[in-house]
Design a protein around this ligand. Structure first.
Ligand SMILES: Cc1cc2nc3c(=O)[nH]c(=O)nc-3n(C[C@H](O)[C@H](O)[C@H](O)COP(=O)(O)OP(=O)(O)OC[C@H]3O[C@@H](n4cnc5c(N)ncnc54)[C@H](O)[C@@H]3O)c2cc1C
Length: 404
């Protein structure tokens, strides 16, 4: 069976949902594929608190809502700050119910160019054609593992994105590699679950974010409510349409300065007693009697039960396995990022990218939930300007399921 749609969105995380909500408000029919909030539910540790502030954690258009404030009004006990992961997932699902009533949870296996757009093959073999395709598939495919850990089995070395339940490491000796929020928060959770933890990081020292006050008139002047980037720069980063007009070198600098690895200040008391080897690199990891032996660049060794790689994500849209070589061939890319126009459209006509892959063209804001408002509006404006697909039958939702 084959269905046809005007706009298809791949992804039902914050970006896909925000885009679909905005397009529906603009009167476009949209077919959304993907499991709602699955990355937050299945690739982040239970008990995690969001690093992004309240003002940067609403999904989509703040004027149209529903915002995090609207959601909080439905919670008799309110929502803690920093925002607990479970509350954010609940907000995402609530947002979805109110704005995108039908989501088709099926996985997309392949995307190929078609005479009037794109042809998608879904996990159950069904095909679907659309004129415009919005890829909002997140960062799960971009998990980055240092080469030193290649070939090790999952029980000895794993990426942080592979875990939701860190309690399974209770009583074990775990090294966390990395010095950012994910590393430090994972280390804190591991310790609280009773693991024996050490952090090994390349940077010379831990960097705490949030030292400067965001309160008062000066705080508001220096930090946009989205709070991405250091004092002052935060205001520019919050305006991606302006940022993208800057010379490339300046934009790259803004990007780098905004994404320096660091952890939120509120984590500090939770990791105070943890051993941290800063300025060190693991140069070799080998199996030794069912354990893992790590050799550091200063010659020291550690025998551990497990190494947790909180080593981040490296955008490369060629790692979206569903994009066929023919589809990718039409997408101009720089360092793995697609080059996008003001409507988030790549050089492949009708193929748009949202979320982290848009960061080369729009700066660091679009790596975070805070960028969903800008991205959804830019996308909807650009698609609304283009004529609706005509030669096709009205959208058939086929086997679309209500996601629950
Ligand atoms: C540990 C950690 C903590 C973070 N904390 C924060 C934070 O506090 N604040 C913040 O703003 N950001 C945070 N981030 C960044 C966060 O990942 C992004 O802000 C957010 O997930 C971007 O949303 P998205 O919609 O682009 O992607 P996702 O939320 O990852 O959604 C991707 C969607 O695509 C779907 N999908 C993927 N491939 C396919 C396919 N082939 N077929 C069908 N569907 C598919 C998935 O099912 C999912 O629905 C954190 C990231 C990590 C790793």
């Amino acid at each position: 069976m084959s269905t046809k749609a005007d706009v298809v969105v791949i992804g039902a995380g914050p970006y896909g949902l925000a885009a679909a909500a905005q397009l529906r408000r603009a009167g476009r029919e949209v077919h959304v594929l993907g499991e709602p909030m699955s990355f937050w539910e299945r690739h982040m540790p239970r008990g995690m608190l969001l690093r992004s502030p309240w003002g940067g954690s609403s999904i989509g258009d703040m004027r149209a809502g529903p915002t995090l404030d609207d959601f909080e009004r439905t919670r008799p006990a309110g929502i803690a700050r920093p925002i607990p992961l479970a509350e954010f997932v609940a907000y995402g699902r609530w947002f979805r119910e109110r704005t995108v009533p039908q989501v088709d949870a099926r996985h997309v296996e392949t995307v190929d160019p078609a005479p009037s757009g794109y042809r998608l093959r879904l996990v159950d073999g069904e095909t679907m054609e659309c004129v415009r395709l919005v890829v909002a598939a997140g960062i799960a495919a971009f998990a980055s593992r240092p080469r030193e850990f290649d070939g090790l089995p999952a029980e000895l070395a794993s990426h942080s994105s592979e875990h939701t339940d860190l309690a399974r490491f209770a009583g074990r000796h775990v090294v966390v590699v990395g010095g950012g929020q994910s590393a430090l928060e994972s280390a804190a959770l591991l310790k609280e679950h009773g693991a024996d933890v050490e952090v090994i990081m390349r940077a010379p020292r831990l960097r705490w974010v949030g030292r400067a006050t965001r309160a008062g008139w000066l705080g508001h002047l220096l930090f946009h409510r989205t709070d991405v980037g250091p004092a002052g720069l935060s205001q520019l980063v919050a305006r991606p349409a302006l940022l993208r007009r800057l010379p490339r070198a300046l934009m790259d600098r803004a990007h780098r300065r905004s994404l320096v690895a660091g952890a939120a200040l509120w984590l500090r008391p939770r990791v105070r007693d943890l051993p941290v080897s800063a300025g060190r690199r693991v140069v070799e990891a080998t199996r030794a009697n069912g354990h893992l032996r790590l050799r550091l660049d200063d010659g020291a060794t550690r025998d551990v039960d497990h190494v947790l790689l909180a080593t981040g994500y490296r955008v490369d849209v060629a790692r979206y396995s569903f994009l066929s070589p023919a589809t990718l061939a039409a997408v101009r890319r720089i360092d793995g990022y697609p080059v996008l126009d003001g409507g988030m459209q790549s050089t492949a006509p009708g193929l748009h990218f949202l979320g982290a892959p848009a960061a080369y063209s729009f700066g660091p804001l679009v790596r975070f939930v805070a960028g969903t408002e800008f991205a959804a509006r830019a996308l909807a404006r650009s698609i609304a300007e283009r004529p609706r697909a005509t030669a096709e039958p009205a959208l058939e939702v086929g086997r679309a399921e209500r996601a629950g």
